[in-house]
Design a protein around this ligand. Structure first.
Ligand SMILES: Cc1cc2nc3c(=O)[nH]c(=O)nc-3n(C[C@H](O)[C@H](O)[C@H](O)COP(=O)(O)O)c2cc1C
Length: 170
């Protein structure tokens, strides 16, 4: 799928179907994260790939605003290192790479922001020096649910031409 087509159709998916994702696709998704650009090329990230069904089920407890994590084929816990100044921005670029790559392979995802971070870190043995940016579930979904009209500010409320305030943009 063309990149802009991906961007236009991407939407957060919160309901999944039970279907295994091939290993090659799982690998592509995490590779997309690893290949992201970062400030000074610091690469201040670690990715915990969760594929074990029991461990996935256990994640549900810690994903307060994304209990659907237990429905997916795999999840990626995205960790960043606060020792690097732009760690959250860098981590977010890795997230977008992974989510778009997954979408191009017909896999849905959703940023899970409200987490019991302390509990999750204990559960997965994550060192206290790292920051849990998000947990990303990945799985196939009913494609009829995708492609909904995007609920976004209209261009006239987002774009300026040459100078702030000039709305004469085509
Ligand atoms: C930083 C961030 C945190 C988010 N946290 C959650 C979350 O905890 N649970 C959830 O269901 N969606 C979460 N989302 C998804 C947003 O609600 C979603 O992207 C937004 O409503 C736009 O919808 P769309 O992604 O379908 O276009 C989050 C998105 C971002 C970027």
């Amino acid at each position: 799928m063309d990149v802009f087509e991906c961007v236009k159709t991407l939407s957060s998916i919160r309901s999944y179907v039970s279907k295994a994702v091939p290993d090659t696709v799982v690998r592509e998704v995490i590779e997309a994260g690893r290949l992201a650009p970062s400030a000074h090329n610091d690469q201040p990230w670690q990715f915990v790939l969760v594929r074990d069904k029991t461990v996935l089920k256990g994640l549900e407890t810690y994903c307060i605003s994304g209990r659907f994590v237990s429905e997916v084929d795999f999840a990626v816990v995205v960790l960043t290192d606060p020792a690097s100044k732009w760690h959250e921005i860098d981590g977010t670029r890795a997230v977008q790479n992974m989510v778009l790559t997954a979408w191009s392979r017909k896999l849905g995802s959703c940023w899970i922001g409200r987490l019991d971070r302390e509990g999750l870190m204990k559960y997965l043995g994550i060192p206290g020096s790292l920051n849990v940016l998000t947990v990303l579930p990945f799985g196939y979904f009913d494609e009829r649910r995708a492609g909904a009209v995007k609920n976004r500010k209209p261009p006239g409320q987002a774009f300026h031409l040459n100078r702030f305030g000039n709305r004469e943009i085509k």
